[in-house]
Design a protein around this ligand. Structure first.
Ligand SMILES: C[S@@+](CC[C@H](N)C(=O)[O-])C[C@H]1O[C@@H](n2cnc3c(N)ncnc32)[C@H](O)[C@@H]1O
Length: 302
């Protein structure tokens, strides 16, 4: 059983995940997807809440696979809730373990700030090929990532601006472009958004065959303000009606959003056009490139 700081951090994180609207959406979606006798794979089981919901929904057997020590928390909850006989807790990464049988239903919450930037697509493709029955139900079944330019002066200073020439009498600017090339989890407010968000596309987890992302989107500035980078979040479909979203304007999840900073801000005027190229080979490391146009002139490139 984890102890000390690690335990406190694990318990805090998994307590945070008990957020009511998230758990209730999974409860309704699992009740609809799980038929009596089904085998369920809980991929990244954490403290086990989705496995408990799968048992409640009538699963005959649940495989709770978890790479972190959180699995020990889950084992305690399975015993305390009388489902230890039905749930098989397996320590390890899903990509490195085998199951004695294939599952009818896959349930997971592996979302990172952009939805797809924590290996969820690669893990799901692997599970589809090795651990699930053909045509298995998937919760979530699709993930859409949305981006928009954002005005975040404080956060830009905190993550990028501090790396500058003259700071504490030194030239710290050598680290500036590295800091600006990383995705930073932040809380974005609706008032920080500078354009109507645009989708990078929807990833259908039942059919996608690559965790890579490559998209070009066009955004139109609705406000005149410095743009410090791109803000991003996701909407994941559990069923036709049930969506988990970290949209700052209407979140059903208490998750942070993504901040993809620019090395230097761009001064936006109303109606400026931004062409944004976004790419990732593996879903984890991302690059972004922004071109700003006013009328037919390019006036900024980052
Ligand atoms: C956001 S938590 C969700 C926990 C729990 N399923 C819930 O909904 O409350 C994601 C968990 O997935 C685990 N994880 C991520 N990818 C995994 C993989 N491929 N195999 C096993 N565990 C994984 C992480 O260690 C983390 O505990």
């Amino acid at each position: 059983v984890p102890s000390g700081d690690d335990a406190a951090q694990l318990l805090r994180f998994h307590a945070f995940l008990l957020h009511r609207s998230r758990v209730e959406r999974y409860r309704v979606a699992l009740a609809a997807a799980v038929r009596p006798g089904d085998v369920v794979l809980d991929l990244g089981a954490g403290a086990g809440i989705l496995s408990l919901l799968a048992c409640e929904a009538g699963a005959a057997r649940v495989y709770a696979v978890e790479a972190s020590p959180a699995l020990e928390l889950a084992r305690e909850l399975f015993a305390a809730n009388g489902v230890a006989e039905r749930v098989v807790a397996i320590a390890g990464r899903s990509t490195e373990i085998d199951l004695p049988e294939r599952a009818d239903v896959l349930v997971s919450d592996l979302f990172e700030t952009l939805g797809v930037n924590d290996g969820i697509v690669a893990s799901t493709i692997d599970a589809r090929e090795r651990l699930l029955k053909p045509g298995a139900a998937m919760l979530p079944r699709s993930i859409e990532t949305l981006l928009t330019p954002v005005h975040l002066p404080r956060r830009h200073h905190d993550v990028v601006g501090v790396w500058r020439d003259g700071s504490h009498g030194f030239d710290l600017s050598a680290l500036r472009s590295q800091a600006a090339a990383l995705i930073h989890p932040v809380v974005i407010e609706p008032s920080d958004l500078l354009a109507r968000p645009v989708s990078l596309g929807r990833v259908d987890l039942a059919t996608t065959d690559s965790p890579g992302v490559s998209a070009t989107i066009e955004l139109t500035a609705l406000r005149a303000a410095p743009c410090h980078g791109l803000g991003g979040w996701f909407a994941a479909e559990l069923t036709d009606e049930l969506v988990l979203s970290s949209d700052p304007r209407d979140a059903t999840l208490a998750y942070s959003q993504a901040f993809m900073p620019l090395v230097e801000p761009l001064e936006l005027a109303v109606a400026d056009q931004l062409t944004v190229d976004v790419a990732s080979d593996d879903g984890r490391a991302w690059s972004w490139h922004v071109e700003q146009r006013r009328g037919d002139r390019v006036i900024g490139v980052r």
